[in-house]
Design a protein around this ligand. Structure first.
Ligand code: ATP
Length: 289
């Protein structure tokens, strides 16, 4: 049905290379020696998005354990922001959910089903990832947005663009949705690319969302527009945010503070500030300069 190159490009969009901690897309093509479907693995669809980590331990190699007996429950529809020092394991926790790696010990269940009992493809169809590096290919804006859902109708594409706050930008272009982007076409800003990624997720409509927030600065207005679009995207989805921005952290239903020792604190923003612990400290250092 699809040309092989389309399949590869689609995977690049979902799992681009360069994402810190997430496997390179080439490793995610059909041969993936570490993570295989079990015989008789279940094809899951329409998951609710209840996620539970039970005594999860994980290391990238035998030499060092990155996660040690992590217990964590995330309820369907909840927005959880992961914060903590660089290298603590926030990205690693999130990358175990789509099974970019399998746990060394313990288990991760979604809606009560161990992720290792699901086919990789069906599991990943239920998870959307938005990150800083957005893969765009040479083609029109419309084609690039439509990548979120092969076979999307024009109406669905326009609706997704609207929800991602791309409408007025596109309306201002002489060729609108037919504008060529990529190598020889229109160059897009970081904020515009991110909104394309968000539009793709509105089309994909997964119950679980992983947002790897950009660390690089966007201007304040763009930042606000993106934040607004992401907040709308998170509605009715289980959303895990690898958080760097104050606004996301503030709006999260729960903040999980990850340190090298594991999950050190969790709770709502103001509760954690009042506790005067690690988060309160991080908050002071990182955000109130
Ligand atoms: P940051 O805020 O900098 O993104 P993080 O909290 O997301 O950090 P991780 O990226 O999960 O941290 O990294 C946790 C630990 O695992 C670090 O010590 C890191 O060096 C290591 N690590 C991450 N990815 C890999 C990998 N692919 N192979 C080997 N070690 C890795």
């Amino acid at each position: 049905l699809f040309k092989p190159v389309d399949k590869i490009s689609a995977l690049m969009e979902l799992y681009p290379k360069g994402m810190a901690g997430f496997k390179r897309f080439t490793e995610l093509l059909d041969v993936d020696p570490d993570v295989q479907d079990k015989p008789g693995a279940e094809i899951v669809e329409s998951l609710l998005g209840d996620i539970s980590f039970s005594k999860v331990s994980f290391g990238y190699d035998d030499k060092r354990t990155v996660l040690n007996e992590i217990d964590l429950t995330i309820h369907a529809g909840e927005t959880v922001a992961f914060v903590g020092p660089s290298g603590a394991g926030k990205t690693t926790i999130c990358s175990l959910i789509p099974r970019f790696y399998d746990v060394t010990n313990g288990s991760i269940k979604i809606d009560g089903i161990d992720v290792r009992e699901m086919t990789k493809q069906s599991l990943r169809s239920q998870i959307g990832i938005v990150q800083q590096d957005v893969f765009l290919f040479t083609g029109t804006l419309k084609e690039n947005i439509a990548y979120g859902m092969l076979g999307a109708t024009d109406e669905q594409i326009y609706d997704a663009a609207k929800k991602a706050h791309l409408e007025s930008f596109i309306a201002g272009l002489p060729d609108g949705y037919e504008t060529q982007i990529g190598e020889r076409g229109l160059k897009l800003s970081g904020g515009q690319k991110q909104r394309i990624a968000i539009a793709r997720m509105f089309l994909k409509n997964p119950p679980i969302l992983i947002l790897d927030e950009a660390t690089s600065a966007l201007d304040t207005e763009t930042e606000m527009i993106i934040q607004e679009a992401l907040t709308e995207l998170a509605v009715n989805r289980t959303t895990l945010v690898i958080a760097h921005r104050l606004a996301t952290i503030r709006n999260a239903d729960r903040i999980v503070v990850v340190t090298e020792e594991g999950i050190a604190e969790q709770g709502k923003h103001d509760e954690l500030i009042d506790q005067g612990g690690i988060f309160a400290n991080l908050h002071r250092v990182q955000f109130q300069r």
